[in-house]
Design a protein around this ligand. Structure first.
Ligand code: GTP
Length: 603
């Protein structure tokens, strides 16, 4: 295809603002999907995505469109619109940035009854950094509650355009969507690249398919990729044969090749998304490009949690399940670990909390595993006085000895809130060790607050607290921004003098006491009385900061049948033994596994 006729774009929108509905409407209006085959939300493939209404994996679809409005030369000529789907959530910022890098334009889609949300704003900033042409659009104008004038003014203020240039559509009824397609052709620049140079294509998504192996989505920048040629991945130098290349419209259609500005998929037979990584540059294996396209980054897990099967015999199943998920998820990392309290499990690294939740849910749902997860923690870098460094992904492995500095990861957070709640939001951010960076009124009643915060504070129920303090009205987005050194300490929880590894936590020294008291009293409720007194202590190093006691009892199962017959005694003893099976021993203390599970679950 002549690059002059290609338009590559994505839709930036908050969850529920109607991205999938708009994409469906575009598929239908361009004749790619006929009305009767129209399956709601064609682009979202995975069940969990559908159920949770979020888009995890981006894909691309090719839409032929002959505009009726616009410049003379363009009207009536069939153009190729490539709609690149972007993941909507904060954990997938890098994937979003790669999808954006594959586009020249973005539709900024905002619900006309809600206004813009923090995530959308953050992604808009990303799009502007990538120099994309932004087409502001208000959706759901059919709703009685829609306030298109108000929110058009807000959008105009944010992106610096005229309120009259904000398009108004209803993805549901189709109103305004044809005009929007015309505007995409008119406003979004055609891709430019060197057709005669060595091939360079950027991977913006990579999906494992159990039948075909890895399906890689690419945007060709320079040159041409052709069927059957050998290609090379520039980050690893690995080379593969191009078994198939083509476009999606809306099902895969094989082609002879892809040229400058084109968007499509390719299949090489690799079995693991790690061999075809998002952000990497593909070139020809012979006479390939020397310079990769910019922006490649290895995915870096930010949040770790221990995952343990509730039934210890499920451990091999958990391992197999993780191995399978790994094929489709280049950001997932894990290694086996054992815990005195929880048995055999894995320490698993995630991009963020949502990623953690998705993986956990898939393990439970698709693999039928019952799991217990330890409280999520971030990655700490500990510098010792002798200059050695430790990277800590499990709080129980926090080094002993003379520590010079502890570094923790930081995020730059954007909160959007109605101005009634500004005080509450500030208070919350303050209490989470936040540093205010700025504040803007988006309109007379909506405020954008910018903070830097330790990621550890966000991982710990920040989002819930924000929602409850703002009656659900505030929205949040954040992205990593380096690290800071902070006064962090490890708090251990001891049962009868023995550390319970699963409860060790790294917290700010000002919050250590609170954490210790809370854990000790929680455990006192949950741990059954033993034959002896059991002290529960929280300690920093050797210093005890909180203490509770589980008083002793003498539970003599034989007492009741004093003088009774011997077979009844034996039965009772058998029963008691059975009851012990699901007990974990911590030193001399018997703890039912349920107690650990209850103590770890956040309430
Ligand atoms: P995620 O897939 O969760 O990111 O959401 P989304 O942004 O793709 O939103 P989706 O298209 O699923 O739409 C969310 C809800 O809004 C659905 O119930 C749609 O039916 C509804 N909706 C979308 N567009 C319109 C519209 O123009 N008018 C009305 N009234 N409802 C709409």
């Amino acid at each position: 295809t002549d690059p002059a006729l290609i338009r590559n774009f994505c839709i930036i929108a908050h969850i529920d603002h109607g991205k999938s509905t708009l994409a469906d409407r575009m598929l239908q209006l361009t004749g790619v999907v006929e009305q009767r085959q129209m399956r709601a939300q064609y682009l979202d493939r995975m069940d969990i995505e559908r159920e949770r209404g979020i888009t995890i994996k981006s894909q691309a679809v090719r839409l032929p469109w002959a505009p009726v409005r616009g410049e003379d030369g363009a009207v009536g000529r069939t153009h190729i619109l490539n709609l690149i789907d972007t993941p909507g959530h904060v954990d997938f910022t890098y994937e979003v940035s790669r999808s954006l890098a594959a586009c020249e334009g973005a539709i900024l889609l905002v619900d006309a009854a809600q206004g813009i949300e923090a995530q959308t704003l953050a992604n808009l900033y990303l799009a502007l950094e990538n120099d994309l042409t932004i087409i502001p659009v208000l959706n759901k104008i059919d709703l009685p509650a829609a306030q298109p004038e108000k929110y058009a003014a807000e959008l105009a203020h944010i992106i610096g355009c005229d309120a009259a240039d904000v398009l108004k559509v209803s993805a549901k009824t189709g109103q305004g969507v044809e005009e929007l397609l015309d505007e995409c052709v008119r406003q979004i620049p055609a891709p430019v690249g060197n057709p005669d140079g060595p091939a360079r294509a950027m991977i913006f998504d990579s999906v494992y398919d159990s039948y075909r192996g890895v399906v890689t989505y690419v945007r060709v920048v320079d040159g041409q990729l052709s069927k059957r040629e050998r290609i090379a991945m520039m980050s690893t130098k690995a080379s593969h044969e191009l078994l198939e290349i083509g476009v999606i419209s809306p099902e895969p259609k094989a082609a002879d090749g892809l040229g400058v500005g084109e968007v499509g998929y390719l299949i090489t037979g690799v079995k693991d998304v790690r061999q075809s990584k998002v952000g990497d540059t593909i070139t020809s294996a012979s006479k390939g490009a020397v310079e990769p396209l910019g922006g490649y980054k290895d995915p870096k897990p930010m949040v770790f949690s221990g995952l343990y099967p509730i039934d210890g015999s499920d451990y091999p199943l958990l391992r197999d399940a993780l191995d399978k998920l790994l094929l489709n998820d280049a950001a997932l990392v894990y290694e086996p670990e054992t815990s005195a309290a929880l048995g055999f499990g894995f320490r698993v690294g995630f991009l963020g909390l949502l990623h953690l939740e998705i993986i956990r849910e898939r393990l439970e749902r698709e693999f039928n595993l019952d799991l217990i997860a330890t409280a999520p923690n971030v990655v700490y870098r500990v510098v010792m006085e002798d200059g050695t460094e430790h990277v800590v992904t499990n709080p129980s492995e926090f080094p002993e000895g003379k520590i010079a500095e502890v570094h923790e990861p930081m995020v730059r957070a954007t909160v959007l809130t109605p101005n009634d709640f500004v005080g509450a939001v500030m208070e919350l951010c303050q209490s989470r060790r936040g540093n205010m960076q700025g504040m803007d009124y988006l309109s007379e009643d909506r405020v954008e607050l910018r903070y830097t915060l330790p990621l550890a504070e966000i991982v710990f129920d920040f989002f819930d607290a924000l929602k409850s303090k703002t009656r659900g009205y505030a929205s949040l987005d954040y992205e990593p921004t380096g690290e800071q050194s902070a006064a962090l300490v490890k708090v251990d929880v001891l049962l009868h003098g023995e550390k319970v590894d699963a409860f060790s936590a790294i917290v700010h020294k000002d919050k250590a006491y609170h954490y210790g008291v809370q854990m000790a009293s929680k455990l006192r409720e949950l741990i059954p009385r033993q034959q002896f007194e059991v002290p529960i202590q929280a300690a920093i190093g050797a210093r005890v900061i909180a203490r509770e006691t589980v008083r002793a009892i003498r539970k003599d199962v034989l007492a009741k049948c004093y003088g009774g017959d011997i077979s009844r005694k034996r039965k009772l003893l058998e029963k008691q033994k059975e009851g012990k099976k699901r007990m974990k021993m911590v030193g001399r203390v018997e703890v039912p596994q349920e107690a650990f599970i209850a103590a770890l679950s956040t309430d």
